[in-house]
Design a protein. Sequence first.
Length: 427
Amino acid sequence: MITVEEHRDAVLAAVPRLPARDVPLADALGCVLAEDVIADLAVPPFDNSAMDGYAVRAADVAAASRESPVRLRVVADLPAGSGDRPEVHPGTAVRIMTGAPVPPGADAVVPVEQTDQRAGPGSGSALPEVVEIRSPAVPGAHVRRAGDDVTPGAVVVPARIELRPRDLSTAASTGHGTLPVQPRVRLGVLSTGTELVPPGAPLAHGQIPDSNSVLVAALAETLGATAVPLETVDDDPATLRRRLQESLGRVDAIVTTGGVSAGAYDVVKEVLAPLGEVAFTAVAMQPGKPQGFGVLDDDGRGVPIFCLPGNPVSVFVSFVVFVEPALRVMAGRGTTAEPQTLQPLLVEATVAAGWRCPAGRRQYMPVVLDDRTDDDGTLVLLARPASAGGSGSHLVASLAEADGLAIVESDVEAVAEGDVVTVMMVP
Ligand SMILES: Nc1nc2c(c(=O)[nH]1)N[C@H]1C(S)=C(S)[C@@H](COP(=O)(O)OP(=O)(O)OC[C@H]3O[C@@H](n4cnc5c(N)ncnc54)[C@H](O)[C@@H]3O)O[C@H]1N2
Ligand code: MOO
């Protein structure tokens, strides 16, 4: 048997970072940005009005008040989006809407509420011949200047961050329709097993619902990858071989579940072991002992394949321990050169109800975390097994209860109430 670290290191050394490419903004959310975003446009791109009202020459209305309003001739109407440039001469005004370009000659905007005109659509929509200005304006009043926020050439989003909704808005407003990113990893999801039927379908004797496909696809999506369902295959080598060949071109990595241990029908091992690209190993962990990993060749492109054991809790543990960091590397989110970028969140917890541990294998025990406040005010995190059945790798239904996986080293035979354990927080 090899250790978890040995297997994980071998996996991480073999998985490639996907090449960066340009994607539309709508597809870039959550992706790692490959290069700085540089503003092509100023924000705002032109001087424009901050208010619905009248563009004026400030000097014309410097003395305006409710008692002695200034009357200006209205020479044009400027809704937002208008490309017109009507000149505002002394004694005139242009009706203007929020966001419309300030016309030449004007240097201030008077909000409609400070005029004799009615605010709002409907009766207020007809363009008046004359507007009465009832309060003064200083130069620049209610004018948003070009470049107030950003000028062209500025770095507006730095490379390497995971793109958030507001980064995409920044990119759009500075002139970008696409961004160079590490693309989402397309993860092929393939369950094997003649006993499997789709979730919700009626079961004949000996059949079980295929929960692994749902689990792996949802984990992939949760971690920012795109799940590509490759459908469930029976324990038939020819079908599996064909399915893998058909699928290789449309995925960046593959997770299979089942068929990797010592059974007479362990189809994944039967098909992939002889090719030599995928190694099948026993890893000193529970659950998740039998593991297959390799890199398949797709016309010179390496497609990592993770062959996880079929037991559902084994799938979950194997995914978070091996597949998740590999996906992080492939998507540019982490690198082995900066190990902290691949570390899960670990917390310490006090055991509230003990359990037994397998000899010679590191245990990953699904646990529920509760908290207790001691008399002195200290907050204590408490861990107890998520399933009354303990750590069996078939105890899939209680996984929903778990907050984390308690990690117990291979030389520990039992964990007792009051012991302190490290818990890996899980998605
Ligand atoms: N003689 C030995 N038998 C087993 C060994 C061993 O070392 N020697 N290892 C055991 C361990 S540990 C594990 S883990 C499993 C792994 O087995 P496989 O990867 O070959 O998986 P299967 O036999 O196909 O399935 C195991 C189990 O999981 C259920 N399963 C499979 N796929 C799904 C799915 N998509 N959704 C829900 N449940 C699934 C399947 O019905 C089995 O009950 O081997 C042990 N045996
Ligand atoms: O290693 Mo298996 O995953 O114990 O059940």
